[in-house]
Design a protein around this ligand. Structure first.
Ligand SMILES: Cc1cc2nc3c(=O)[nH]c(=O)nc-3n(C[C@H](O)[C@H](O)[C@H](O)COP(=O)(O)O)c2cc1C
Length: 382
């Protein structure tokens, strides 16, 4: 099934093996897509990916998390993104880009350019600061209602630019520690206005973004990556996250990629779990996608710890997801899907060591697999 074609809205994909977004810190300093970045993604397209969710780009300067994050905030960004789309299309791979805003977890970078990061609420209680995201911590403040409305327009303008660039679809990042996860989570959204309080209000930003895009682009495919459950007690629960996913699947999004919401204080309480060395540990959010498949009328993409052809086939055959997606396996081995298609069915060589994450998140280095670069010393994992 992995190598059978699929369809999402009006988009035809040649197979069901996708690449999930990775902040790769490879754009030029002004946010333009670089040649290094295009080459990085093109090798996965050549390696068999049916669809790549590339460049986790910012749509608004408050969403920028590093000097080498790509941007779609200006028309000047269109040329670089068009070249990326062309490169992926050369391999019959669908080109998707992710719109990413990390809210308070942009704080370290925002402080370096003299700004305070924005978040749904300012929370003086520091217990949440134990999250693995504390490496990106810094001063932040509550976003105002006017700023929220401005941000929504930036998402819509970004989608228009993506379409002009020849990109096939955009994905709105509302999983992990993103600003939209922060809005959905009762743990960190303490607002008392229309953007906080009830579950309906906490997902109003998600709904407003898709409505604003739909006004400008009625037919352009828009995916959502949604965190269904936070990685700590007191955060978004599975039941509440599933209800939000079901509601959001009915309001204009064309596909949902399931993942978790806010991170807890270790990698194993985050979307980047480690030690995926047997089948039981693989596909650690299968429960999310399989529950969503039963209540959602749109395609569901499952990511998180999928490492083998056997597991991919099992997920698709049991209809626990419509598509499977991988991130760290691609970073480790750019042609594992071609190998699987040729009948070489060994599981991915990725050891989920997360050195790739530590080096990019902590040092802002350009993304690479450190298993493949043994001369580079290992980073401490705290
Ligand atoms: C270095 C790195 C950067 C990532 N950046 C993003 C990102 O910007 N947006 C996002 O939605 N997920 C991001 N992820 C998470 C992946 O998309 C994926 O959800 C996660 O790695 C689990 O899948 P895997 O086990 O196949 O790696 C990142 C992962 C890695 C390893």
């Amino acid at each position: 099934m992995l190598f059978s074609p699929g369809i999402i809205k009006n988009l035809k994909v040649k197979n069901r093996a996708f690449m999930s977004a990775a902040s790769e810190h490879k754009a030029d300093e002004n946010g333009t897509v670089s040649r290094e970045q295009i080459a990085f993604y093109e090798k996965f397209a050549a390696g068999g990916a049916g669809l790549i969710i590339s460049i986790a780009c910012n749509v608004h300067s408050t969403g920028k998390s590093g000097p080498r994050q790509a941007s779609i905030e200006s028309d000047e960004n269109i040329t670089g993104i068009s070249k990326l789309a062309e490169a992926l299309h050369r391999h019959e791979c669908c080109a998707v880009i992710q719109f990413c805003h990390s809210g308070r977890w942009n704080a370290r970078y925002q402080a370096s350019v003299g700004r305070k990061a924005v978040a749904p609420s300012y929370i003086p209680d520091t217990s949440y600061d134990q999250s693995i995201m504390k490496i990106a911590a810094g001063p932040y403040r509550e976003i105002t209602g006017d700023e929220i409305r401005d941000l929504i327009n930036h998402y819509a303008d970004g989608a228009v630019r993506a379409k002009e660039s020849g990109i096939d679809a955009v994905q709105i990042h509302a999983a992990h520690d993103s600003l939209l996860s922060q809005f959905l989570s009762p743990a960190v959204n303490h607002r008392t206005d229309e953007w906080g309080g009830t579950p309906e209000n906490r997902m109003k930003l998600h709904k407003s973004i898709i409505s604003a895009i739909r006004e400008k682009l009625p037919d352009f495919p828009v995916f959502l990556k949604l965190g269904i459950q936070d990685g700590f007690e007191g955060g978004l629960t599975f039941e509440e996250g599933l209800e939000a996913a079901a509601a959001l699947s009915r309001c204009g999004f064309d596909a949902i990629e399931t993942s978790q919401g806010l991170s807890g204080n270790s990698f194993n309480d985050s979307s980047l779990k480690q030690g995926i060395n047997n089948a039981e540990k693989e596909a650690y959010y299968r429960k999310f996608s399989s529950a969503l498949k039963k209540v959602s009328g749109i395609p569901v993409i499952l990511s998180g710890g999928i490492r083998s052809l056997t597991m991919s086939e099992d997920i698709l055959q049991k209809e626990d997801a419509d598509f499977v997606s991988f991130c760290r396996p691609w970073i480790c081995e750019s042609d594992f899907i071609n190998k699987w298609q040729r009948g070489e069915s060994e599981k991915s060589e990725c050891t989920s060591c997360n050195q790739c994450v530590m080096r990019t998140a902590r040092l802002g280095e350009s993304l690479r697999c450190w298993l493949r670069d043994p001369e580079v010393g290992a980073m401490p994992m705290t």
